[in-house]
Design a protein around this ligand. Structure first.
Ligand code: UDP
Ligand code: MG
Length: 257
C-alpha cells in the first residue's frame, strides 16, 4: 500500500507546490450529498470568482453510497480548480476534513459543509474577518435546524467552553477560515472538527467570530442524531482538556554572538 494514500494524523496544510499559485483552498467533507453538490459548486464558483483570488475547491467524499464520489470525480476532471479526494470508506467528518486539509495548498484555508446550510455568499465576510485574525469561526444566525438540535448545541457549546476554556460561540458552524500556519502540525483525531479553532487558539492564534447566514437542509439527511454527538462529545472534551494542558510550546532565544 502506498503510505501517502492511507492516513493523515495531522491537520495539514498540504505541501506547497512551486508555482501552483493557489491562494485560497476551500475544503468540503461530503457524505451522501449527491443532490447538494452541483448547486453548491455553482454557488461556490460565483463566490470564489468574486474574490479574484486563485483558488482550489477540495471536495472530500467520505465513502458515500449515493454516487457523490462519481459526481465529485467528474467535476474534478472537467474543472482544474476542483480536486477530488475520495475516501475508500466512510471514516467520519473529522477524517474527511483531515484528508482535505492535508492536501490544501492555499495560504488561506476555508471549510464549509456540503449540504448548502452554509451560504457561500458569506465568503467575503469570512475573508474580511481573517484580515485581522489567524482563525475565523462563523456563528449561525437565525439557525434553520430543529428546536432539539439548537438546544443541544447550546448545551454542548456551554459545556465545551466551561471544560476546555475556549471562547467559541458556535463550534457547529462549519464555515471557518484558517491562515495556513495556524493548522500546521495540529493533531487530528475522531471528533477534532469540533475543536480545531480552539486548538489553534491554544497555540496562540488570533481568533475572530463572524455572524453568518444559515439555511435549512433541503436535500439529503443530517448525519447526526443527538445521542451520537452527546456522549462522544463529552468524552472528547476531557481529551482536549488534557491535550491543552500538555501542549508543548516554547520559544527559541537567540544564541549570543
Ligand atoms: N459529513 C461527512 N461524514 C460524516 C458525517 C458528515 O463527511 O460521517 C459531512 C456532511 O456531508 C456535511 C458535513 O459533514 O457536509 C456536516 O454534516 P451534517 O450536515 O449532517 O451535520 P449537521 O448540519 O446536521 O450538524
Ligand atoms: Mg448540515
Amino acid at each position: 500500500m502506498d503510505p501517502s494514500r492511507t492516513r493523515d494524523a495531522v491537520a495539514g496544510p498540504g505541501p506547497r507546490l512551486h508555482g501552483d499559485g493557489v491562494e485560497l483552498s476551500v475544503v468540503i467533507p461530503a457524505y451522501n450529498e449527491l443532490e447538494n453538490l452541483e448547486p453548491l459548486l455553482a454557488e461556490l464558483r460565483r463566490a470564489l470568482a468574486a474574490t479574484g483570488r486563485p483558488h482550489e475547491i477540495i471536495l472530500v467524499d467520505d465513502g458515500s453510497t449515493d454516487g457523490s464520489a462519481d459526481l465529485i470525480a467528474r467535476e474534478a476532471r472537467r474543472d482544474p480548480a476542483v480536486r477530488a479526494v475520495l475516501l475508500a470508506e466512510r471514516r467520519g467528518q473529522s477524517a474527511a476534513l483531515a484528508a482535505g486539509l492535508a492536501r490544501a495548498r492555499g495560504d488561506i484555508i476555508v471549510t464549509l459543509d456540503a449540504d448548502l446550510q452554509n451560504d457561500p455568499a458569506d465568503l467575503p465576510r469570512v475573508l474580511g474577518a481573517l484580515e485581522r485574525a489567524d482563525v475565523v469561526s462563523g456563528i449561525r444566525l437565525g439557525r434553520h435546524d430543529s428546536w432539539l438540535k439548537r438546544a443541544s448545541s447550546r448545551i454542548a457549546n456551554a459545556a465545551r467552553r466551561a471544560v476546555i476554556g475556549d471562547s467559541i460561540t458556535d463550534i457547529g458552524c462549519s464555515f471557518k477560515a484558517y491562515r495556513r500556519e495556524s493548522l500546521a502540525g495540529l493533531p487530528m483525531f475522531v471528533g477534532a472538527h469540533r475543536f480545531l479553532p480552539a486548538l489553534c487558539a491554544f497555540r496562540g492564534a488570533r481568533l475572530v467570530e463572524v455572524p453568518l447566514s444559515h439555511r435549512p437542509r433541503f436535500h439529503g439527511q443530517s448525519k447526526y442524531g443527538i445521542g451520537d454527538r452527546l456522549w462522544r462529545g463529552i468524552y472528547d472534551l476531557f481529551g482536549v482538556r488534557w491535550l491543552k494542558a500538555r501542549l508543548i510550546r516554547y520559544e527559541i532565544r537567540e544564541v549570543d554572538p
